[in-house]
Design a protein around this ligand. Sequence first.
Ligand code: ADP
Length: 301
Amino acid sequence: VILVGTLLAAAGWAVVRRRRGAVARQAALARMNAELEHRVAERTEDLNRSNVALAAEIIERESAEDRVRRLRDDLAQANRLSILGQIAAGVGHEINQPLAAIRAYAETGAQLIDGGHTPAARDNLSEIVRVTERIGAITQMLRGFARRGTGATRPVAVDEAIEGALSLLSGRIRDAGARIERAPIAPGLAALAGRIRLEQVLVNLLQNALDALRDHADPRIGISVGTTPTTVTINVRDNGTGLSPEAQGNLFIPFATTKVTGLGLGLVISGDIAREFGGDLRLEPDDGPGASFTLELPRAP
Ligand code: ADP
């Protein structure tokens, strides 16, 4: 009986102990659960906080990018206007000559009418029309140049863009006595660009070449065009002063200029425009004498 009693007591105690153990385990589990829930809540809160911070950062970065874009547009526009100012003098020259011609045709025309030479007078009038068309073309080009370009790109005939840039600078080129050497361009070759902005880049490169050729005995500017199946490259080189290693290191840095009246923006903005087209603008190193710049653009299919 004693043995049985002892065994029963032991069994009972074991049951109690096991139950107590189960209760303790359950409590521990509950504590762990609570701890886990607490941590999840904390982590979620952290995540929420960083999400909010991230969203704020995105907004901030977007508005910073907007500001950069606006600034870049403004700079491009300022550069365009400064170029306009510089070429205004040359344009005065360009327009004066046809104006003098108009005056001469009109004066002799009146005399021809007085003398009864109507067909000859009519010829004079046709000449006046032709010359005013030339003035119209010059002012139209200037107006187009001053207008802010749109962001879109489309096929632009490479020879026409080069022609446009050269005619904007024709007065300066003539005054400098610079010889322009142009290799023939494949007919119909087009780049994906904006006409006005492409001309702006070419005008910048040509103006720099002319600056570097000041007082040169035999000033020459070479313009050549190369292609690959996907790109068009326009190379503008001169036989001028070239660039010192220091000037080369500062290229494309805003306001870095070696000129007394320079702004140091031309190449910065030109490079920017080239990249906007999906292309690039670079100095060809050791391609002297003088400087050699290559503008690379996507080729229009
Ligand atoms: P800016 O003409 O107002 O100085 P740019 O950005 O067009 O500004 O040119 C920056 C500098 O690069 C010039 O001051 C000049 O030192 C150098 N540079 C550019 N093109 C030429 C070139 N064709 N020959 C010599 N130096 C050049």
